[in-house]
Structures are given as structure tokens and as C-alpha cells.
Design a protein around this ligand. Structure first.
Ligand SMILES: Nc1ncnc2c1ncn2[C@@H]1O[C@H](COP(=O)(O)OP(=O)(O)OP(=O)(O)O)[C@@H](O)[C@H]1O
Length: 730
């Protein structure tokens, strides 16, 4: 393509990017809008022949890199990346040339500028907050505890651990003493071993020796399948010297028949997600709880959240019928009032263990009857329910990004990390499965595909990989992805909150929250996937200008964040020559100035838009993802509605962040406050915006993420086919 062919005009002052061509008439005839809303004419696809005739100022000309209406092929990408024509013309290049010629015949298409008409980014006045912190390690050794020597040697030789963490030092003796305990300590502080070590110690000492056929002695409830697998792995290691004790996991997604068979043979330490266990309680006759003396509920606050409490109540009632007294341990980094309510039902004289660094005397709550401070002088046990500790080694950031620029900012951030860090390992949280799917496909196709063809930058090409994890995936794939990401030294995991809790993935360097979580507790758990057990980590929360007040909501929980400027993130594109806009004029660009950054961001955005608009199927997916985003936005709790309200969304701007050139016209997002609305006949209630549907929607989303990934479907299907649904759950 020569410089006079398609031209992407990036103007700072004009409102548009104009793709120009010399052959206007034929182009207009050739143009075939491929999406429903594109078909709606000038309102959506704006053509300004007069602008084209005037042509862009030479200063601002750059080359259009993709066809806006034609499928982006491998070769298109290559052309985008390798701008210098090859000396000899291969058949593929010949094809490219042909395609370029065709492109020259394309019409003028105007897309609105990324950098115009955005809301102002408000100045952020961070509230002064002293973050609650905990000391991770103590100087006390596992070998100093009265544990079986084989257990100690497994801890030191197999797990390679010698010193106890603060929570372990407090919890292990209390567990061994037989107390009911509620444990709260920061993410990644070693709570799993805090309960698994004393449990193994007690079980190995039972005389006569435990028989496999005796069935479960201990029941461990966790919210997700991945967490169940992880805990199972830890017990497998700890039980190496005690082969007669059999751990087992029930987690759904697996054939229930094989789980039944394993239950029949006998499982002594039973790890399960609640839904799956309830399934077995209802349908597996061989399941028997008459020996269960220990109940451990990990992520206990989550277990009482929407959707889980029913299952947990069924489990508690079943256990109570079989065995009156047992020891109960509830754990989480964010124990709240909700858990206390559950604890009131099932815990006896519980001991609260909360590790904080603050010195001082007993809090009034410590003096409550039944609340015991089991703390040595250096560790203060307190019950400070609203202030959750965040690892000291975790640096938290926020970035305020206008809606139009969200997608390019996220992409620039990821690309920047892969260029500047040695082993970048990122987790990006989205609010729905659809959002994960959409961004995974988009990034894989636009970013990695383009980079793989970039012979000039092999470093990135070989390293950048996008993985995805959400509740609507098949269990086999979920497990595969979880293991792959755990073992990888650098990659990007796009996920929902299914990966927010408990997962212990090594060396995660950054947590990105692309959609703000509904609850501060989930914020804590999401960021807690990095900076574990004293290692360094970072987090970034992406907010729109209208959402800046969220920082105050976090501050109310003593969560302190510092601001990163969007421009700084976008400027990482300067490191990447792929996104350099080719200029028509011989004048050199200003280099690293803000205009250059904008141009590169626009090139990147254009690449996304071109991919999305290359096929009807992609456009439909983008629309579905956008719809899913709006739906999830409507489910923020009442307390956050003043910050996150659907009414504050600008559909056209949001559409850009899905690679859509215009706001989809056929989505029914009636703004209930719009004065125009009253003039029109009352529209059918939108499926996206149903009154009172928010809670149910949130419930469904959360259930779908945590319980099984299939529960939303399962609830609907239950009426139709109870048995089949039970298979699906957990
Ligand atoms: N005493 C110890 N010494 C060294 N490493 C430890 C010790 N105890 C635990 N770890 C390691 O710390 C990491 C985090 O532990 P764990 O997953 O139990 O944290 P957690 O407190 O349950 O976190 P979350 O709240 O996120 O679930 C694990 O990799 C674990 O192996």
C-alpha cells in the first residue's frame, strides 16, 4: 500500500479519525455494512466526503493499517507489522498487494476520536489511611511444637518450611487444644497449614489406627473447585508418612459415579465444595458422617454469602444429626459479621484469632465472654471487623481512565509489563464470564497474533500468552488452565472472581481489576493473589472518572491506593514500534511526546476495532460482552449505587472499549430518567435492566462463579431434570 492509499488521520483537534481513499465513488459502492447497527446508516457510520476531499494535514497523516469491514487475516496482520515492502514478491505478498489495492477502494469511514470528548479526570484527594498490617513470619520453629517427628520432617524436608507464620503460631496450639476457632489473617499468610498441620497431627495419633473404610473424620469446605484441589494437594503431601489416612476431594465437574466409588472405598479427610457435598448427601447412600469430629470452613465469610448459606445449613444439619459435638474452625482473610452469625449457630465458645501488628491492650470485644485472646506479647489478637489487613509487600494502585480508553489502557499496561519486567505474571479480573471470553479472544487475536509476526521483537512474541478461567468452562479445561498458569513463569490470566479466593499461585507480579468488585472483601481477596507469604506484589484498579469515589469506599476499610496516570501507562506503547503510526509526510514525529502516545494508542484501538468489525460473529460477541458488562454494572449493591450506576454510563464511549465503533442501537438500554422516554410508547422492560433483578442477577453471577460454574444453569434446569443438575453442580 502506498502512502496515498488508505490514510488514518489522527488529529488532536478534530473529532475524528478518517480513513481516506482517493477512489471515493467506487468505494462508497463497495462498502457493505456488516453489522445490524452499521446498517442503520449515517448516524452510525459517518461519512464526510468533504473532509476527505480536504484531506488530512500532512502533519497528522498516518497509515490505515486494517480494513474496517473485511476480515483481518494473518496477512493483514503481517502487513500491519512489517511495513517495509519485501524486495521480492512472494505469492503471499502478491496476495497482500491485491488486498491493499482493494483496500484503496474502500470508503471514507469516520470513527470518533479516542481522545476527544472524554470526561475530565478528576483530581484525586486520597484520604489519609493507615493500612492495617500483619507480621507474616515469627521466629518460632515448627520443630518446637509437639508434633510427630515424621510430620515435622515432612514440613521441613518436603514443604521446605521451618519458621511458623503468625497465624500458624496462634492457630496450631488452639486447634490442638480442641477449641472452636475463627481465624482471620491476611491473604497468603499460611492459613491452610494452620489448620492442616494440627489436623494431621491429631488424626495420625488416633488409636486404634484410622481405617479407610471408617469414612470421613474431618470435613473441609471450600468455595471453589480449584481451591478444593489445592487443599487436597497439601494434605497429600502432609500425609506422606501416614499412608493409612486417606484424603479425598469432591468438587463436581467430575463424574459423580467415580466420586461415589471413592466415597464407598472410604475418605478420611473429605474436601468438598458445598454444592457437590449436598448433592452427595441427597443422592449417595454410602456417604456417612457419623465419625466427623472436625469441620473446617475455609473462606468462611464467602460461604455465608449469597447462595451458599443454604448448602452450608444442609451440611451443618446433616452433621448435627450424626454427631453432636465436633470441633469447628472457620477461616478467612475477611471474616465479617455474617460469619459471626453462622458461628453463633454452630460454634461453641469460639476463639477469635486475628493477627495484627498493633500493640496495645484488649479491645472491648476481646473482653466479650467466649472470645479469647490466645496471643503472645508480640502478636495482638483483636476483633477489628472492618479493617482487613493487606500484605505490607503489596503496592496498590488505581488508574482513572475514560470509558473510551479502557481497552487500550489495559492492553498497553499488559504489553508494557511484558516489555519492562523479566517475568511478568498478571491476573486480570473481570466481572463476568462473557467479559473474560471476549477479552481473551480479542487479546489473543490482536496482541499475540500481531506480536508473533513481529520478527523484530521476539522477546514479546515468545512470552505473551493469555489464559482464561471462569465458571462457565468445562472442569477439565479449568483444571488445565489453573495448573498451566500456576507453573508458568510469565503469562496473563483473564478471570472472574472464581480465581479471587484462596488460590496460591506462585510469583504473580500484578493483579489488575478491570472491573471494580462489588464488595471491599472481594477487593482484598483479588489483590491477595499476589504478594503472598512476604513476596512483593502490585495491584492496579481501573476506574472511570465517575467512579473515583470508590477510593473513599476502600479507605473506609483502611485500604490505601496510590494513583498511576493513564498517560504513563499508554506511554509504554512508545517502547513498541508495532504501534507506530506511519506518516505520509516525511516530517518526523515529535518522538516521545503526548501526541505520539495518542497516535500509538489510536493505532492499537484501530487494531481492536478492525478485528471486531472484521466479522459479524465478532461484532455479535462484542455486543454480548458489552451487554454483560452493563448487566453486571446494574448489580452493584445499593451502598455503591451512587458510584456505579448504569445511568452514568455513556454507551457510545463504553462501546469503544469493546472495539465497537458506535453504540449498538439495538440494545435496549432505556434510560429511565431520559425525558425523551416519556414521549415514546413505554418500551418492553429490558432484559438488561429489569427492576429488582439486580440482586437475583448478582446472586446468579456469584453462584455461577463460586459454586460450580454451572449453578445458574443448574437452578433453571433443576425443575426440568433434577438428577442431571445435581451432576453439574460443583
Ligand atoms: N511457615 C511457612 N513458611 C514458608 N511458607 C509458608 C509457610 N506457611 C505457608 N507457607 C506458604 O505460603 C503460601 C500461602 O499460604 P496459604 O495459601 O495457606 O495462605 P492463606 O492465608 O490461606 O491465603 P488466602 O487467604 O489467600 O487463602 C503457600 O505457598 C504456602 O505454602
Amino acid at each position: 500500500m502506498d502512502d496515498e492509499g488508505l490514510i488514518l488521520n489522527i488529529t488532536e483537534n478534530s473529532r475524528s479519525l478518517v480513513i481516506l481513499s482517493r477512489q471515493k465513488r467506487s468505494q462508497t459502492q463497495m462498502y457493505r455494512p456488516q453489522t445490524k447497527w452499521l446498517k442503520q446508516g449515517p448516524k452510525t457510520v459517518k461519512r464526510k466526503p468533504q473532509e476527505a476531499a480536504e484531506g488530512p494535514s500532512p502533519k497528522r497523516k498516518a497509515e490505515a493499517l486494517f480494513s474496517p469491514v473485511k476480515a483481518v487475516t494473518k496477512d493483514d496482520h503481517q502487513r500491519f507489522l512489517k511495513r517495509k515492502p519485501a524486495k521480492e514478491s512472494s505469492p503471499r505478498e502478491h496476495q497482500n498487494k491485491k488486498r491493499e489495492e482493494n483496500q484503496e477502494e474502500r470508503p471514507f469511514i469516520k470513527t470518533s476520536s479516542l481522545f476527544k470528548n472524554n470526561p475530565e479526570i478528576p483530581e484525586i484527594n486520597r484520604p489519609a489511611v493507615k493500612q492495617t498490617q500483619e507480621k507474616v513470619f515469627t521466629s518460632d520453629l515448627f520443630s518446637e511444637l509437639d508434633l510427630h517427628p515424621h510430620l515435622v520432617s515432612t514440613i521441613t524436608r518436603v514443604l521446605k518450611m521451618t519458621k511458623m507464620t503468625s497465624v500458624q503460631k496462634l492457630t496450631i496450639p488452639a486447634f490442638l487444644a480442641g477449641r472452636d476457632i475463627m481465624v482471620r489473617s491476611q491473604t497468603g499468610s499460611g492459613k491452610t497449614l494452620a489448620y492442616s498441620i494440627p489436623l494431621v497431627q491429631i488424626l495420625q495419633g488416633i488409636k486404634p489406627k484410622i481405617q479407610r473404610s471408617n469414612g470421613p473424620y474431618a470435613l473441609i469446605l471450600v468455595p471453589t473447585r480449584e481451591l478444593a484441589l489445592q487443599s487436597f494437594g497439601i494434605f497429600q503431601k502432609l500425609l506422606k508418612p501416614f499412608t493409612w489416612i486417606v484424603p479425598g476431594v469432591l468438587m463436581g465437574g467430575e463424574k459423580k459415579k467415580s466420586e461415589k466409588a471413592r466415597l464407598r472405598k472410604g475418605i478420611n479427610i473429605l474436601i468438598s465444595t458445598p454444592g457437590r457435598l449436598v448433592d452427595h448427601i441427597r443422592s449417595t447412600r454410602t456417604i456417612c458422617f457419623n465419625r466427623v469430629q472436625w469441620l473446617l470452613v475455609d473462606e468462611a465469610d464467602r460461604m455465608l454469602d449469597l447462595g451458599f448459606e443454604k448448602d452450608v445449613t444442609v451440611i451443618l444439619n446433616t452433621l448435627n444429626k450424626e454427631h453432636e459435638r465436633r470441633q469447628n474452625i472457620f477461616l478467612s482473610a475477611t471474616l465479617t459479621e455474617g460469619v459471626t452469625r453462622l458461628a453463633d449457630i454452630s460454634l461453641q465458645d469460639p476463639m477469635n484469632i486475628t493477627v495484627t501488628e498493633e500493640a496495645g491492650g484488649e479491645t472491648p470485644e476481646d473482653k466479650r465472654p467466649g472470645v479469647v485472646c490466645g496471643c503472645p506479647s508480640t502478636l495482638q489478637a483483636s476483633v477489628d471487623k472492618e479493617h482487613f489487613a493487606v500484605p505490607e509487600t503489596l503496592t496498590q494502585h488505581i488508574v482513572v481512565v475514560p470509558s473510551k480508553l479502557r481497552l487500550v489502557t489495559l492492553a498497553a499496561f499488559i504489553l508494557g509489563k511484558f516489555q519492562s519486567e523479566k517475568s511478568p505474571k498478571l491476573i486480570v479480573f473481570f466481572s463476568t464470564c462473557e467479559l473474560v471470553e471476549f477479552h481473551h479472544t480479542l487479546f489473543t487475536n490482536v496482541l499475540t497474533a500481531s506480536q508473533q509476526r513481529a520478527g523484530s521483537q521476539p522477546l514479546i512474541a515468545t512470552r505473551l500468552e493469555f489464559l482464561r478461567l471462569h465458571g462457565n468452562m468445562e472442569q477439565e479445561e479449568r483444571t488445565e488452565v489453573f495448573l498451566k498458569f500456576s507453573q508458568s513463569s510469565s503469562s496473563v490470566l483473564l478471570c472472574t472472581d472464581v480465581a479471587a479466593r484462596g488460590l496460591d499461585i506462585p510469583q504473580v507480579t500484578w493483579i489488575v481489576q478491570y472491573n471494580a468488585p462489588c464488595f471491599p472483601t472481594e477487593y482484598i481477596h483479588r489483590i491477595g493473589r499476589t504478594a503472598r507469604i512476604g513476596s512483593q506484589g502490585n495491584s492496579l484498579l481501573v476506574l472511570a472518572p465517575s467512579e473515583v469515589e470508590y477510593i473513599n469506599s476502600l479507605a473506609a476499610y483502611n485500604i490505601s491506593v496510590s494513583e498511576v496516570k493513564m498517560e504513563d501507562i499508554l506511554s509504554s506503547l512508545l517502547m513498541n514500534e508495532h504501534f507506530k503510526a506511519r506518516r505520509q509526510s516525511k516530517k518526523k514525529s515529535s518522538g516521545a511526546g503526548p501526541q505520539e502516545v495518542r497516535e500509538r494508542a489510536t493505532v492499537l484501538q484501530t487494531a481492536f476495532e478492525d478485528y471486531v468489525h472484521a466479522a459479524e460473529e465478532n461484532v455479535i460477541k462484542a455486543k454480548k460482552a458489552l451487554q454483560s458488562f452493563i448487566r453486571s454494572y446494574a448489580t452493584y449493591p445499593q451502598s455503591l449505587k451512587h458510584i456505579f450506576h448504569v445511568k452514568s454510563l455513556h454507551l457510545g464511549h463504553i462501546a469503544k472499549s469493546f472495539g465497537l465503533r458506535d453504540a449498538p442501537q439495538n440494545l435496549n438500554f432505556a434510560d429511565p430518567t431520559s425525558p425523551k422516554r416519556s414521549k415514546k410508547p413505554k418500551p418492553k422492560r429490558s432484559t438488561l435492566y429489569k427492576k429488582n433483578s439486580g440482586k437475583q442477577c448478582l446472586r446468579d453471577m456469584l453462584c455461577s462463579e463460586y459454586a460450580s460454574g454451572l449453578r445458574t444453569k443448574g437452578l433453571k434446569a433443576r425443575k426440568a431434570n433434577k438428577t442431571e443438575t445435581q451432576e453439574q453442580q460443583t
